[in-house]
Design a protein around this ligand. Structure first.
Ligand code: PLP
Length: 354
């Protein structure tokens, strides 16, 4: 799309569309093919699919880099982790998305990497652990404790040391945080969450503004095989078209609910970074009561995952892989775009029913 001065909302709506020639469709078509006519381009669908491109163009334009779509967030994350040299040190948050921590710990156990877990909010601590590291892995805000990292300060020192910095930007989306502009080398997304936005697809992405990094990740995608589905990319592109509108509404709801939850008796430890769509809190009556709370709601669905138009909540420690520092009575609420008063009534009524 012409004009680099366009705002993110306009990019979200307009990027990645076919050229405006007479008779051309406004939306890119789905390409369902495993093989292409041999020539200069790709000839097999694990290498490329034209249906990936609109999604990669929109997300790349929003993040300020070039995007590569993957079959899932974990597909994107493990493709990046595979680029760490054998025996290299990875510094990562001690609480983060459980799947990421599990992938890191599995690699450390097999001596593929050395793993140092840190408090991401402690910039000095991160930097001293990362002195000789190959990769600093950041998640900001973290899932589900909502800690934030000073990406810019960490990236600045890491660049001097030649340490790569990757940021899982799933909770922030490029509309709230653009890690590449802050100096990070790679951004990863679970597009299954806010980007897709409708809890109906599994997709991930890596975004980078470095040629070598892009080529290395693309190579990993082709050989690793975590290639995205054409339909998933098509749906995620449709999701991106409304990301700004959904995010504004869900964030306004989350801000209101976080404020009210902070004053609600029976609830404590409300975590909300002041932006975004996720609120975590603890239920004073304990873990069993927290589980019951999440099962009593009518409007809010009891379910895992996050970032859909519909509000969902769950007690995170019900998952065996969830890191132990996450309190057992912690509920993670993913705020959707419903009417905020209906959400509040649902929360207070459910709490009374526990
Ligand atoms: C869900 C999630 C992932 C994993 O993504 P999938 O699409 O489920 O593979 C990674 N990071 C964060 C922060 C997530 O919330």
């Amino acid at each position: 799309m012409r004009g680099s001065k366009l705002s993110p909302s306009t990019i979200a709506v307009g990027a990645g569309r076919p050229s405006r020639t007479p008779g051309a469709p406004l939306n890119a078509p789905l390409t369902l093919a495993t093989a292409y006519v041999p020539g200069d381009g790709p000839d097999y669908a694990r290498q490329a699919n034209p249906a990936w491109e609109p999604f990669e163009e929109v997300l790349g334009a929003l993040e300020g880099g070039r995007a590569l779509a993957f079959a899932s967030g974990m597909g994107a994350i493990t493709a990046l982790l595979d680029l760490v040299p054998v025996g290299g040190t990875v510094v990562a948050p001690k609480h983060a998305y459980s799947g990421t921590l599990d992938a890191l710990q599995q690699r450390a156990k097999r001596s593929m990497i050395q793993l140092r877990l840190v408090d991401v909010a402690d910039t000095t601590g991160v930097l001293s652990a990362a002195e000789d590291a190959s990769l600093v892995w950041l998640e900001s805000p973290t899932n589900p404790l909502l800690e934030t990292a000073d990406v810019s300060a960490i990236a600045k020192v890491s660049a001097r040391r030649g340490t790569a910095v990757a940021v899982d930007n799933t909770f922030a989306t490029p509309l709230r945080q653009r890690p590449l502009e802050l100096g990070a080398d790679f951004v990863v997304h679970s597009a299954s969450k806010l980007i897709g936005g409708h809890s109906d697809l599994l997709l991930g992405a890596v975004v980078t503004n470095q040629d070598r990094g892009y080529k290395a990740v693309e190579k990993r995608r082709t050989s690793g095989g975590a290639t995205p589905g054409a339909m998933e990319c098509w749906l995620a592109t449709r999701g991106l078209r409304t990301l700004h509108v959904r995010l504004d509404r869900a964030e306004a709801n989350a801000t209101e609910l976080a404020e009210r939850l902070a004053d609600l008796s029976g609830i404590s430890g409300v975590r909300f970074p002041g932006w975004g769509t996720i609120v975590s809190f603890e239920v004073d009556a304990g873990p069993e009561a927290a589980t019951r709370l999440t099962e009593k709601s009518d409007v809010i669905a009891h379910a895992t995952s996050l970032g859909g138009v519909e509000s969902t909540w769950e007690r995170r420690r019900r998952h065996a892989l969830e890191p132990k520092p996450v309190p057992k009575n912690l509920v993670r609420l993913s705020v959707g775009i419903e009417d905020v008063e209906d959400l509040w009534t649902d929360i207070t009524r459910s709490l009374k029913a526990v």
